[in-house]
Design a protein around this ligand. Structure first.
Ligand code: ZN
Length: 312
């Protein structure tokens, strides 16, 4: 009888399953039985919080307002930004039960028997937040001060992308900044952060590089949107090899929205023009995984300079 062998790690030492198993074996993540969802161990969280603190430290003189939002947002935000036109496959909408006692019995019976029960629920007014910055834009409505505005937040993000591959999560945290102002203010800020982000990751001795990128738009129309986005250089990512050398993992993304959110949410510059916006976000779990992939699963064996940078 032929024996099937497990898929071998690639010659360059990158393999999603081996990396996932290593994270689990070292107590860094805790499987919960759903692909793309897992618990985080204490050491994983410590590294994540310390990296986030480095980001705060770098930006402490930038004058950012600090906001915190829950993992759910007003459903109408997704509708106003036409999220479903581009990313219907990633959306997570919250549904709940609105029926009477009889219907509740039917619901419980179905669920207890292991049958499908989703059709007995109805849509609520909230959706899972699919982009850390979305809840910020409605709060910027009105006229900005002459210097524009800068907001930072650390939000949980949901994307329906179940996968056994550890860097592709259904729920994760993004440390994000949103800048609103004139095109010059916004682009200058974005370019400053592109270099600052690279410098930060290089200071942790990570092999990070930046590249022009596209969003994972849905369907055939999506390919045209992606082509336009690339041509206009609206999105950049910082990439680090985590599970593949040839296809490195985006750990940070920089998005220039032009006047898209400004016109949707009524954000104006001091001189009455529609404001431009840009955002940048560090995928915190991905940064942490990149550190463990690059330097090993045990922080005590990391290069001294990396340890000192994080635990100074
Ligand atoms: Zn954003």
């Amino acid at each position: 009888m032929l024996q099937t062998t497990p898929r071998a790690a690639t010659a360059d030492g990158y393999d999603a399953k081996t990396f996932y198993d290593g994270l689990v074996a070292h107590g860094l993540i805790v499987p919960v039985g759903v692909p793309g969802v897992f618990g985080r161990g204490a050491v994983f969280e410590d590294v994540l919080e310390r990296f986030n603190a480095l980001v705060s430290d770098l930006s402490r003189h930038d004058g950012a307002e600090v906001f915190t939002f829950p993992p759910v947002i007003d459903r109408s935000i997704l509708e106003r930004v036409h999220y479903l036109d581009s990313f219907p496959h990633l959306c997570g909408a919250v549904h709940s039960f609105f029926g009477n006692e009889l219907a509740a019995l039917a619901l419980a019976e179905r669920a207890n028997a292991g049958g499908p029960w989703g059709e007995l629920l109805a849509q609520t007014s909230v959706v899972m937040n699919p982009a850390a910055c979305y809840p910020v834009y409605p709060s910027l409505a009105g006229t900005l001060p002459a210097q524009g505005r800068l907001v930072t937040m650390l939000n949980w993000v949901y994307r329906h992308e179940p996968s056994p591959e550890p860097t592709r999560m259904q729920s994760f945290r993004v440390r994000e900044f949103v800048r609103a102002g004139t095109p010059d203010q916004v682009i200058g800020w974005r370019d400053m952060w592109l270099q600052r982000g690279l410098d930060l990751l290089h200071s942790l001795e990570l092999p990070a590089r930046s590249d022009v990128a596209t969003d994972p738009f849905f369907g055939r129309g999506g390919r045209m949107l992606a082509a336009g986005q690339k041509e206009q250089k609206l999105k950049f990512e910082v990439l680090i090899p985590v599970i593949s050398a040839s296809d490195p993992t985006p750990v940070c993304s920089f998005n220039f929205h032009q006047d898209h959110f400004g016109s949707t949410f009524g954000i104006k510059t001091a001189d009455g023009e529609v404001a431009n916006t840009a955002c940048l976000g560090f995928g915190l779990e991905r940064v942490v995984m990149a550190i463990f992939k690059t330097h090993g699963f045990e922080p005590k064996h990391w290069p001294l300079a990396v340890r000192e940078r994080l635990w100074k």
